[in-house]
Write a protein that binds this ligand. Sequence first.
Ligand code: NDP
Length: 455
Amino acid sequence: MDKFDYDLFVIGGGSGGVRAARIAALYGARVGIAEEYRYGGTCVIRGCVPKKLFVYASEYSGAFEDAAGYGWRVGAAQFDWATLCANKDREITRLEGLYRRNLERAGVELFDTRAVLEGPHHIRLVARGASVTAKVILIATGSTPYVDNSVPGIEHTITSNEAFHLSAFPERVIVAGGGYIAVEFAGIFHGLGAEVTLVYRGEEILRGFDDDLRRGVHEAYEKKGIRVICNSVFSKIEKTADGLIGRLSDGSEIAADQILFAIGRRPFTEGLGLEAAGVAVAENGAIPVDAYSRTNVPHIYAVGDVTDRVNLTPVAIREGHAFADTVFGNRPTAVDHSTVASAVFSRPEIGTVGLSEAEARSQYDKVDIYRSRFRPLKDTLSGRDNQAMVKLVVDGESDRVLGCHILGPDAAELVQVLAIALKMGAKKADFDAAIAVHPTLAEELVTMREKVAES
Ligand code: NDP
């Protein structure tokens, strides 16, 4: 009889935890997993997946308008929030079922409960009032929306968690923040018909992205009618008979039905019992790990947002898989966190991989920039004044493409493929050698010959 109940116990049934549990079980480990909310985690239940479904929903308003230029006459369109939410919920429930079944099929034992550490090898299953032991423990509890309690009236606001389950569609929305979530939700609510204001504390939204992308989204949002207020924060939020009033640091006030705060997420480690197990925690709550996702306690590992490395679902999945390969597959695997492509599902969409122009200039002596701005073909007949942009950041000495940034239709799809080229070390000459596919947006990637800037 083994001295432990499990070879591996995973706390958290999100992207990273589920992948790790499943792969470890397929290697023959006895695996248990605990999830206190719903299997699939933030991405599936109240993040990427329902968000993208909402993005699709939000695109119809523009598509109905654009149809006229193509000869279609569409009657007055009506949007029903309750139908969208119910259909979205049904799909999310189906996906959660798939996650559960895949775990069960792999032989993982599922527990629907909060789990906390009681000691280096002891896990308390709170809802069961019982404890189990495990030889190896994986913490994959993800992150949770940051709530700034210093803002008076913050209790009247919502986070992305609640945005997916509003009982009524908000006609007037203020979104606080300038990152992925804020920008995406501003676009969603606007597309669904709300009057939207985005309030960001800095000079320009989407800090960390290439400046052309940041300006491009900002301009496109204003053109659509989304109000973007920079250099401002909330000083107070008040509830009135008519909804909410957001008072800003510049002295202005805005009325709203909902105020969504999307000002970042924090590693979800509170109350997890990490001290009881001797696991070190950083000041922001993140669990520091080595290249193999190992914490300071040799048999306790952590993957995904809780480690605050690159906080993206596919990265968590890769970390979970690499952990299982390392510990149970006898194949030590470190995750390469460089050149990770990502997308912002704003409209227009961002697809980005590699270095921004500013990052490249700070790291390389000679940087060449190739950029093309144009109106997508589809927007010609519709008469819509959209601008797409394709930009390559190139090392002027080696000719290697350091970064690629796209703003426009299907940017996320394109950048996934470009990530392969960049990972392979593609040079600008390799891009030039490929013959264009016409007429596409992507052809710009292989037809840009003139540098727009060099240093
Ligand atoms: P981000 O870290 O992307 O952005 C946070 C935003 O809030 C920034 O604009 C930041 O400003 C601002 N902010 C931070 N603190 C305050 C404050 N106290 N008051 C006012 N503003 C503040 O976080 P998100 O919440 O947008 O997203 C969380 C994570 O989820 C991201 O890291 C991302 O990895 C992931 N995600 C990925 C998506 C995708 O891949 N498409 C979609 C959604 C989320 P400043 O820039 O000045 O710091």
